[in-house]
Design a protein around this ligand. Structure first.
Ligand code: NAP
Length: 339
């Protein structure tokens, strides 16, 4: 069990993509209950950009390594551990405190979920965060079912696409906002009725089609969207808010305000409002996390969920990937490959 020398991306001060620096590090043998993992692929999400800027509610203190999700190969295990895992096993993980942009990671065993046979590690790295968030929104908080009508804000984004696919599999009737080129076709593939939020009033469109109201609204923008979404709900309906990203640079303050507003909405009778925060939820309920991720990876392997990879770049090009995401040049998920 020798020390491993490796490289990782570190943010030493908040700022633009230039702050993503590659540094050398050394990793000791894993303690009991942990494994050392050689990272093969790390997913990049919009949340990483927020955390890099210091504009994220679950903000890590600098210095930190970003990235909520990875796929890798177990190198070795802490003394005395037997969890059905062995060196060489391919695993996926969602890391509640980030740290995925790295060549090697020491991770607790509960975070490691074996990959099903035949699933490509790069494709698998697109699954954990977006799809766990979709399950949290739809099942844990939304509790919507077959035939229910729902509005998905940002249905063409990473989480939005996952919501759309799981919504289709659940037989939901879906409305989705988006604006990027090609959104109409993308959403149509998931049976989502497209609303161009830049040119259409989503509230008016949904109300036209659903005068009696809808059962669910899933929102990541916050601000005035919260009240407008809530007003669309039929009695018994639910607003699930999973981010407050409408005003870049003010997301921490907007999240605190938005979360308080969601709590107040929930005090009113007749409709529900809920907050989804997956990093906290997976830390609090390991069984939910492990069973959900195992199921999602199986769905990725049999093709029932998409693993649309928009770009695959070396770990050392993390800054370029962040810039491309900021310029909205990528469709599909970006994946960093350390090796
Ligand atoms: N709660 C959690 O646990 C959790 C987990 C994962 C992510 N998140 C958060 O969820 C948010 C989305 O993440 P992501 O990775 O899916 O980001 P993403 O891939 O960048 O997608 C965001 C989408 O939002 C759409 N959008 C922008 N402004 C909008 C508006 N005014 N109305 C409706 N849609 C709008 C964009 O659509 P167009 O490009 O078509 O305009 C884009 O596709 C982020 O804030 C992230 O931090 C939360």
């Amino acid at each position: 069990m020798t020390e491993i020398s490796y490289r990782k991306i570190v943010i030493e001060r908040f700022g633009d993509a230039d702050e993503l620096r590659t540094v050398g590090a050394a990793m000791a043998a894993p303690p009991p209950g942990h494994a050392r993992v050689r990272v093969i692929a790390a997913g990049v999400g919009f949340t990483d950009l927020m955390a890099r800027s210091g504009d994220y509610l679950l903000q890590r203190k600098v210095p930190f390594t970003p990235g909520y999700e990875l796929v890798g190969e177990i190198v070795d295990l802490g003394a005395g551990d037997e969890a059905g895992l062995e060196p060489g096993t391919l695993v996926a993980a969602s890391l509640p405190k980030m740290g995925a942009y790295t060549e090697y990671a020491t991770l607790p065993l509960w975070q490691l979920v074996p990959l099903p046979d035949g699933l490509d590690p790069v494709a698998a790295a697109t699954v954990p965060l977006d799809h766990l968030t979709a399950l949290s929104v739809l099942d844990t908080h939304g509790r919507v079912g077959r035939g229910d009508a729902v509005l998905i804000q940002g249905a063409g984004g990473g989480v939005g696409r996952a919501l759309s696919r799981h919504g289709r599999l659940r037989g939901l009737r879906m409305y989705g906002t988006a604006s990027a080129a090609g959104s109409d076709e993308l959403l149509a593939r998931e049976d989502v009725r497209f609303i161009d939020y830049r040119h259409q009033d989503f509230e008016a469109v949904v109300r036209d089609h659903e005068p009696g109201g809808i059962q669910g609204v899933f929102d990541h923008i916050g601000g005035s969207n919260l009240g407008r979404g809530y007003r669309l709900l039929a009695p018994g309906g639910v607003l699930v808010s999973y981010a407050f990203s409408g005003r870049p640079g003010r997301m921490v303050a907007d999240t605190v305000r938005g979360a308080a507003r969601v709590k107040l909405m929930n005090l009113r009778p007749g409709r529900r409002a809920a907050l989804s925060m997956v990093p906290n939820e997976l830390s609090a309920d390991h069984t939910w996390y492990r069973e959900s991720l195992r199921r999602l990876l199986a769905m990725a392997a049999d093709g029932s969920i998409d693993t649309a990879v928009g770009a695959v770049r070396p770990l050392t090009e993390a800054a370029d990937v962040h810039r491309a995401l900021e310029r909205r040049e990528l469709t599909g998920k970006a994946v960093l490959t350390p090796a």
